[in-house]
Design a protein around this ligand. Sequence first.
Ligand code: DAK
Length: 259
Amino acid sequence: MNTYHNLLIEQKDQIGIITINRPKQLNALNKQTIDELHNAFTNLNKEKAVRVIIITGSGSKAFVAGADIKEFMHFNAEQGKELATTGQAILFDLVENLETPVIAAINGFALGGGLELALASHIRIASDKAKMGLPEVSLGVIPGYGGTQRLAQIIGKGRAMDLILSASMIDAQKALSYGLVTQVVPPEMLMETAYKKAQKLMRNSPQAQALAIKAVNAAYTKTGFEVEKELFGQAFTTADFEEGTKAFIERRTPEFKGI
Ligand code: DAK
């Protein structure tokens, strides 16, 4: 088993559990965590003994509060586009197309890259304390890990536009009514519920499930994802991006100039 700095890995009853473990940063996704998640998903997927993977966040507050703002605020356009491309390929597309079913157990804030990770997962279950959103435009950037595409695919274009453009968060009940998650349970029941769901999935044919994942995913074209990467890079050239990320660090409201 690999050694991970930012992840905890458990394997029990043919279920692999990945816990993102940076609670002080609300489990924000820095580059190292993305690389480790790539390795963990790849390795668990290879193991015949693992039939379902559950992904969750450590602590009671956050699943993942987004990409690590302190890390990406210094990127330029090229780095932005390059990292969006790499990140999408090595983690978000990987998860979406994994043969092994992936359940996201959303235990708290799932924002930005965190919600995008949940969106790439095959099934989403939330604690009733969870809050979800894509707040990127409040930082002067756009969702860069497939959020503009997968959110609209899952909840429809109108609701996705509203959430993305207003940068607002919705609670678990609203997420359930949108079909963003399929189950909402009290926090203390979350892992047990995800576990039971995993056991239910395990009664079915793994080969057929892998084929079904491939078939469901085949309906969605890649063009939109390419446009997202391009525009994500473009957002990094703006003064608004610099202002948005700086304002977050300084804990103040950004003053966007639209340049
Ligand atoms: N990154 C880094 N640190 C974060 C963080 C984040 N996303 N979210 C929270 N933290 C840190 C806070 O800075 C704070 O650290 P200290 O000041 O204690 O050192 C600690 O976690 C606790 O957070 P708060 O003190 O803010 O806790 P509150 O309860 O007051 O608020 C909150 C909780 C979740 C509402 C708030 O923390 C928050 O608004 N967090 C940011 C949410 C957000 O905007 N997330 C980022 C969305 S943008 C990329 C591709 C894609 C993306 C980026 C790059 N590349 C390819 C380069 C995607 C971008 C996003 O995800």
